[in-house]
Design a binder for this molecule. Structure first.
Ligand SMILES: [Zn+2]
Length: 173
């Protein structure tokens, strides 16, 4: 990727080798923009008309120093708050006992609070299916708590700690 010196809302589009079909048919668009709660970032969208591969990434461009963001989720509308997790962001939900640390292959993602819960739910359901004994019970409890949280029954706080300060939680309008 080219991270060029940017003007506000600078826009590039070009063709690249598609990771799906290996042809040079991947249409890539890069838009440099200011994102509320995040600052300067590059939005990258890709689409291959030949094999249908598509992806969208939002990559922050500023190092803002260590930053911790917190968002209290107490109702259905809060679940739609936008969550921008940079590759260095660690997500914590203390009330649900959940933690997502940057792993060995850290990736950033953009989703909403519900999408974050969905990720945790998938992991907990997998664990509940393969673990035995107390670990299985623990995973089953986690599944129940996450479902309650997704249903708006269980209020919780979502926290992101980011060494480079490039993660954000943007409340719904
Ligand atoms: Zn393709």
């Amino acid at each position: 990727m080219r991270l060029v010196a940017m003007e506000k809302k600078e826009h590039f589009s070009y063709k690249a080798i598609c990771p799906g079909c290996g042809e040079e048919t991947l249409a890539v668009e890069e838009l440099y923009d200011e994102i509320p709660g995040l600052g300067k970032a590059v939005l990258v969208s890709m689409y291959c008309p030949k094999c249908g591969v598509s992806a969208y990434h939002e990559i922050p461009l500023e190092n803002r120093g260590i930053r911790r963001v917190e968002f209290r989720v107490s109702g259905g509308k809060d679940l739609s708050a936008r969550v921008i997790r940079s590759p260095t962001g660690k997500i914590l939900i203390p009330e649900l006992g959940l933690e997502l640390s940057p792993g060995s292959r850290p990736v950033g993602f953009v989703t909403n609070v519900e999408g974050v819960l969905q990720r945790f739910l998938e992991v907990a359901e997998q664990l509940a299916g393969i673990e035995e004994g107390p670990k299985r019970e623990e995973a089953e409890m986690a599944v129940k708590r996450i479902r309650s949280a997704m249903g708006g029954i269980l209020p919780f706080t979502i926290i992101i700690e980011d060494d480079l300060g490039n993660s954000a939680i943007i409340p719904p309008e």
